[in-house]
Design a protein. Structure first.
Length: 507
């Protein structure tokens, strides 16, 4: 055997009897679907036999195997990504990638073309050992046709699988991991209740219907040492998901989310009677849904479980609009405008807590009796929009920091004046675009379409008053119910007047 230096890749190519001995990698993948395909061992054996016959050396480090992973998305295939990164490295460890079929490399023609082109730039060829194609344009055409057929098969198979799963859901069959409170029975049998976890689920529903917030319930569970099915602490969102899941009242919900866990339109959901035992009565589940809708207040609202008083955050100063902060004075607790306390607001709005509570309750009763009230319809931002808004605000913050850096680069002589102007204009354009998106997402409040019957609001106020005047209700429960109908209460100390701003949630 003699060695020749190959300068184009700064590597060595072995020769046997003046015939080049190439280096290669093997990529082996088994899909998630139930198609007839070779096992990983069979694919590996055939690839290594092909390599030996065609003078291709494959080291054990360059055999990449993936089990039960779809070929539709290359970014979700770690072994594939590792192989691509190694092929493009300076070492150039192999010249060819061998696959059993092109469908093993990718089931998405667009991705297949992108990654093959990427490899070709580094002189790495992809070869299907069972689908030989000739060199030249005609061979490339045949290869594209094979890839197109693979992608068509994948799309068709995906549609068939989805239809089959939909039919199963409509018949009450469950096809996912059993939620907290249940254990999988196996053998095609429906999930069965787990006695200990089922008691916890019932406790969550009871606590919520008593008026406790998601955060408070999550904290209670964590303090008891209860963890989720995955062993994680409970969070507000896991509690809310548990309360929204109809599985607990004996129903199956299917086609609920799409990629990225975004919720689909309710019109696309499939709700059917399940074959499993309910943990929670359907009446209790429906009551929880009504309660969720009534508490679906505008976000950016401070969570009541972190407030010192049930009026904290919604009791406002008439002079500057700031919140009246709660002062736990041992002799006589009181509220005072926090901006006044800081020397910013010029008007004092102090009021003792007991008097404030009495005035608020009296004012709400007066609204019910007279029927004169100021209110609006609020459409809460969906959770996905809340997450998007947070991401946009973070993006705007990054752009602000960039703006500072480019000015610094100009002042330190790194960028010319013209470069600074261009960069500044570009960042301003990006900031304007992001700010516009934030404004659109934040504008989720809608004016009343018709005067929504005041009877509904009056009924809600009466329900809240019953809880506010109950000696059994604690601060958190009172805070939750008040926030379900009140946006803010503005206090004018000079006139001892309260202005209530009520809202109704647009379903």
């Amino acid at each position: 055997m003699q060695w020749q230096e190959q300068n184009s890749h700064s590597k060595r190519t072995a020769c046997i009897n003046d015939k080049p001995l190439h280096t290669g990698a093997a990529y082996i993948r088994v899909s998630t679907d139930k198609q007839e395909e070779l096992s990983p061992d069979a694919q590996k054996r055939l690839i290594l036999e092909y390599a030996q016959k065609n003078d291709i050396l494959i080291s054990s480090a360059d055999i990449y195997i993936e089990h039960g992973i779809s070929g539709r998305n290359a970014s979700k295939r770690p072994a594939f990504q590792e192989m691509i990164a190694r092929a493009k490295s300076k070492e150039h460890p192999f010249d060819v990638v061998l696959v059993w079929k092109y469908s093993r490399f990718a089931r998405n023609q667009e991705e297949s073309i992108v990654y093959k082109s990427m490899l070709k730039r580094d002189n790495v060829e992809v070869i299907s050992i069972s689908e030989p194609v000739t060199d030249g344009p005609f061979g490339t055409l045949i290869e594209r046709i094979i890839e197109w057929m693979d992608e068509y098969y994948s799309i068709r198979l995906s549609g068939e699988v989805l239809r089959g799963m939909t039919e199963k859901a409509m018949r009450g069959g469950y096809q996912s991991i059993a939620p907290f409170g249940y254990i999988s029975a196996g053998g095609g049998k429906p999930p069965e209740p787990d006695a200990a976890q089922a008691d916890i689920v019932r406790r969550v529903y009871a606590s919520f219907l008593e008026g406790k917030s998601y955060n408070r319930i999550a904290r209670d569970l964590n303090e008891l040492g209860v963890s989720t099915r995955n062993g994680n602490p409970f969070e507000a969102r896991t509690v809310k998901y548990m309360l929204e899941n109809p599985f607990y009242c004996g129903k199956i919900r299917w086609n609920y989310t799409k990629r990225g866990r975004k919720q689909k339109d309710p019109g696309e959901w499939i709700i059917a009677d399940g074959r499993h035992e309910a943990i929670v009565p359907e009446a209790a589940w429906q009551a929880a849904q009504e309660c969720i809708r009534s508490r679906n207040v505008p976000f950016r609202r401070r969570d009541v479980s972190s407030c010192k008083h049930w009026l904290s955050g919604i009791f406002r100063c008439s002079s500057c609009g700031a919140a009246l902060g709660y002062n736990a004075n041992p002799r006589s607790p009181f509220f005072q405008c926090w901006k006044y306390a800081k020397g910013i607001c010029r008007e004092s709005h102090s009021i003792v807590v007991k008097k404030a509570e009495q005035n608020v309750i009296a004012g709400m009763r007066d609204s019910v009796v007279t029927g004169t009230m100021q209110y609006k319809i609020v459409k809460p931002a969906p959770k996905d929009e809340q997450n998007e808004l947070a991401a946009l605000k973070e993006q705007l913050s990054r752009l602000e920091r960039k703006k500072i850096r480019i000015r610094s680069a100009y002042e330190n002589g790194i960028d010319t004046l013209e470069e600074y102007r261009q960069n500044k204009a570009r960042i301003k354009s990006e900031m304007d675009s992001v700010s516009d998106k934030i404004s659109k997402l934040a504008a989720f409040e809608t004016p009343p379409k018709d005067p929504i019957p005041k009877e509904q609001l009056i009924h809600n106020i009466r329900s809240v008053l019953d809880i506010l005047t109950s000696p059994q209700a604690d601060t958190e429960v009172k805070g939750c119910v008040v926030r379900s109908i009140v946006e803010k209460i503005v206090y004018d100390k000079k006139t001892e007047h309260l202005d209530f701003f009520f809202y109704l949630t647009d379903p």
